[in-house]
Design a protein around this ligand. Structure first.
Ligand code: SF4
Length: 155
């Protein structure tokens, strides 16, 4: 089955931390003709929309999965458990939908692939993956970062 999991915000779902979406005609074109599973790990993890921006602190999503790093909101509230739960629910949705590939929102602490914000809430990027992107990569799902202009942290 030619299915792909796509970050729900890229498909027009207003699930970002700021209550907006990031609908993209480029993303729509990239997945045209394929079966699409739209999914938001942060919402699935139990976080409300809108919500405070969150960043990875002490490492990237792989480090979070290994218990060496955390996800915190700009208030200092620890939301690691919600991010990890959402990542596992995203993996379950990908498997249920027969997805071997994911097209995810850049720079997000959940969906980012290859670059994420550094935990300072200062807009600086570091190399690394978001929590869901990391879990997908560990479980044989090919993760691509969607073409997008820059966005605020905490997506
Ligand atoms: Fe949800 Fe954020 Fe991923 Fe968009 S980037 S699907 S809002 S977790």
């Amino acid at each position: 089955m030619d299915s792909v999991l796509v970050s729900a915000c890229l498909r027009g779902v207003p699930c970002r931390f700021d209550g907006r979406d990031k609908a993209s005609s480029e993303v729509d074109a990239a997945v045209a003709g394929r079966d699409v599973v739209s999914f938001c790990p942060e919402a699935a993890g139990g976080l409300p929309t809108p919500r405070r921006p969150a960043e990875l602190v002490g490492g990237d999503g792989h480090d979070v999965l290994d218990g060496r790093a955390r996800v915190v909101e700009d208030t200092g509230r620890d939301v690691t458990a919600e991010f990890v739960a959402g990542a596992h629910r995203a993996l379950a949705a990908a498997r249920a939908g027969g997805c071997t590939e994911a097209l995810l929102m850049p720079r997000s602490p959940s969906c980012g692939r290859g670059a994420v914000y550094d935990g300072s809430f200062g807009g600086e990027l570091v190399a690394g993956d978001g929590v869901t992107a990391a879990l997908f990569a560990r479980n044989g799902i090919t993760v691509r970062s969607a073409p997008e202009e820059s966005s605020p942290s905490g997506a």
